[in-house]
Design a protein around this ligand. Structure first.
Ligand code: UD1
Ligand code: UDP
Length: 382
């Protein structure tokens, strides 16, 4: 029996782990023991627990309850906790997702103890090392034994960094296996989108008109913590709402809601608060999110995952960042990088408002990335 330590911590990782745990339950239950570790990086009910319940993820065997702190303190606490679990559980492999501090801590703790690391969402690069996530993903990739890239671009990035993308078994940290396997988030969207139509009432609850509202999410630190950027984003939202009479639905990450009033200033904050067509709510569940994404006219976001989901649901996307790891969606014309620029956002809105005939090629796999990953884990480590 292959013992995996399946480490999650932030909202998107919990969601990604749902796809892996489902594949284990349905196809690998006799071969894989799935030990889930929650670092506690995200802890509010609507940032963590809701996803376990809704998506049927097994309860974590361990929760480190690390919570919020500076990067150093948070990462250090996680490393300590994960190290001690690796000592006691002696897993065959440590499975990590994405690019958060939970990913970094897991990879460092495991690699130093010679526990092989398997990285889901390997190879993605923004080429912007001011992003904490860029440091996390590069470090994690270079400490991994199996690297699972969702896209072709991810594979090319790894090759450019010196990885042998045609390496052969036996894999180890000095001869890692690199695989292009599709996207576990695409697996989830395919699996849950039908189910969410009967489980989520968010469209009805907020009286949203299908294809006549904009879904927006904002949580990236360089947007939330920079008053100029945050103001420009909200000024553009208010302008589009006013000129095109289109409501905005904005499930706001706690990081953003904690700082919104302070960073946009009293005048703009009052305009936002008193506009009943800017529906700002706490984070919503994944099923609600799927319904919002599939019924929206357009998505504005600085989230990595939400950019991709916009693509899965064939919705144009305004990216509130200066670059993206998901370059394919920009190359295909389905998303436009606007950074936090008021004018760029307005221009992109005009482009998408007049061109509704976008083509969405199948670039995120076939919905079976999780099974591929489990298969490789068994083949390599069992
Ligand atoms: C983290 C990830 C980011 C990812 C995002 C997903 C890092 C460096 N960043 O950013 O890559 O896109 O998660 O959502 O790992 N907070 C709460 N309740 C919670 C969680 C957070 O109130 O349950 C607030 C706290 O004030 C905290 C702040 O949000 O200080 C930021 O949380 P943190 O996990 O440090 O970073 P995120 O911005 O969530
Ligand atoms: N998400 C959610 N509820 C919300 C906002 C996002 O369920 O209110 C989901 C979203 O559908 C996607 C994931 O969270 O699957 C993206 O996570 P997030 O934006 O927090 O992080 P990122 O992907 O940028 O790391």
């Amino acid at each position: 029996m292959l013992k995996i330590l399946n480490i999650i911590g932030a909202r998107p990782q919990i969601i990604k782990a749902a796809a892996i745990s489902r594949a284990i339950k349905n196809h690998f239950s006799k071969q894989i023991e799935d030990i889930i570790v929650h670092t506690g990086q995200h802890y509010d009910e609507n940032m963590s627990e809701v996803f376990f319940t809704e998506m049927g993820i097994p309860s974590p065997k361990y929760n480190l309850n690390v919570g919020s702190a500076t990067h150093g303190v948070q990462t250090a606490e996680m490393i300590k906790g994960i190290e001690s679990i690796i000592f006691s559980e002696k897993p065959n492999v440590v499975l990590v997702y994405g690019d958060t501090n939970s990913t970094l801590a897991s990879a460092l703790a495991a690699a130093k103890l010679h526990a092989p690391v398997a990285h889901v969402e390997a190879g993605l690069r923004s080429f912007n090392k001011c992003m904490p996530e860029e440091i996390n993903r590069i470090t994690c990739d270079h400490a991994s034994t199996l690297l699972f890239s969702p896209t072709d671009t991810g594979i090319k990035n790894l090759e450019r960094e010196g990885f042998n993308i045609n390496s052969e078994k036996p894999y180890n940290i000095d001869n890692p296996g690199v695989f292009h396997c599709g996207d576990v988030m695409y697996d989830n969207s395919l699996y849950f989108s039908e189910i969410s139509t009967t489980k989520s009432y968010v469209i009805e609850k907020y009286k949203l008109e299908k294809n006549n509202f904009v879904l927006a999410t904002i949580h990236r630190d360089n947007n939330t913590d920079n008053p100029t950027r945050l103001k420009q984003i909200f000024e553009a939202i208010i302008k589009i709402n006013k000129d095109y009479s289109i409501p905005f639905f904005i499930p706001l990450h706690p990081r953003t809601s904690n700082i919104l009033e302070k960073n946009v200033g009293e005048e703009l904050y009052n305009k936002i608060k008193n506009n009943k067509n800017l529906i700002i709510v706490p984070p919503v569940s994944f099923f609600d999110m799927l319904q919002l994404e599939s019924n929206t006219r357009l998505i504005m976001t600085d989230s990595g995952g939400v950019q991709k989901e916009a693509y899965f649901f064939k919705k144009p996307c305004i990216i509130l960042r200066s670059e993206t790891e998901w370059v394919e969606i920009v190359k295909n014309g389905n998303a436009i990088i606007c950074d936090a620029g008021y004018n760029k956002i307005m221009e992109a809105w005009t482009v998408f408002n007049s061109n509704t005939n976008l083509e969405y090629l199948q670039i995120f796999g076939d919905g079976k990335a999780s099974e591929f990953i489990c298969n490789k884990l068994v083949e390599t480590f069992a």
